[in-house]
Design a protein around this ligand. Sequence first.
Ligand SMILES: [Zn+2]
Length: 222
Amino acid sequence: MNREKIEYEGDAHISSSVDTPLVKNAFETSDNDKIKNIQHHFSEIMKELGLDLTDDSLRGTPYRVAKMYVKELFYGLNPHNRPKISTFENKYGYQKMLVEQNINIDSACEHHFLPIVGTAHVGYIPKDKVVGLSKINRLVDYYSHRPQVQERLCLQILKDLQQTLETKDVIVVINAKHLCVSSRGIKDKSSFTTTLEYGGQFKEVSLRNEFLEIIKNDNNTF
Ligand SMILES: [Zn+2]
């Protein structure tokens, strides 16, 4: 692939599929071996940049970066790390919209490996199943902790919730800042990106508007 095409696809943030592209044997290597291997490769990158790895301050960086990749920033790549989400019967028969808003997004752009930070807002209309509120936050956290494209992140959260809650009536909105837009390339510090995905009853404009009206209230005053 030529370099111009690589640059173009990165800046255009083109993604190829809903599923995160993974190789078949992605998790045959243990986390500890992954950390060991990444540590080696990252120290090679640092050396190539001309950094002196015998310096006290730099010595531990390859290990720290490797551990951070595997255990923190990209823990959501491994399906074993998906939070266990138990559903409960909708005993009280609540059938209106439930909104969980201002959920933290800490992700990374898969084209540049730079942070994507922002918030997600999720709404659903319960059928027979409901979930504990914090489970929605955990699910957002899980899908965020992968190299991502914002559109795909939005879709992955939507699809998982639709399956877990056994209803199509789910909506997901994400507002996020991409450091690959603010710190390099166009270097735009003020812009941010909004994506929304929805299904079922949220295809109706009035219901969607009701949801959008609710999330407009940024209740940071709690
Ligand atoms: Zn990027």
